[in-house]
Design a protein around this ligand. Structure first.
Ligand SMILES: [Zn+2]
Length: 88
C-alpha cells in the first residue's frame, strides 16, 4: 500500500512544515487548499487574476503589445533609411 505524500505547506507561525497528508493528486492537505479546485465563476477567475497580477508587465497582452511596438519601430526605422537613401 502506498502512503500519501506529506503536505507541502509551511506554517507561518511555527515555520514548520504541515504534518498532514496531502489530498490525492495535490501537493497540499485539505486545510491548505487541497480541497479547492480554484475559482468557478468568471467573476471569481477575474478576481484571483487581479490579486495575482502585480504590474501586468508579463501578461499575454502586454508582451504582445511590446512585440507589435518593436515591429512598428523596425518598420519606421527601415522607412527612414529608405527616405535617407532617396535624399542622397
Ligand atoms: Zn497542510
Amino acid at each position: 500500500m502506498d502512503t500519501l505524500p506529506q503536505c507541502n505547506a509551511k506554517s507561518k507561525q511555527s515555520g514548520y512544515r504541515c504534518k498532514n497528508f496531502s489530498v490525492k493528486g495535490k501537493k497540499v492537505c485539505w486545510i491548505h487548499g487541497g480541497k479547492s479546485s480554484g475559482p468557478k465563476s468568471q467573476q471569481g477567475v477575474e478576481k484571483i487574476r487581479n490579486l495575482k497580477t502585480k504590474h501586468g508587465v508579463y501578461t499575454r497582452n502586454a508582451v504582445e503589445d511590446r512585440i507589435q511596438f518593436r515591429k512598428f519601430l523596425q518598420e519606421a526605422d527601415e522607412m527612414l533609411h529608405r527616405v535617407e537613401e532617396q535624399i542622397k
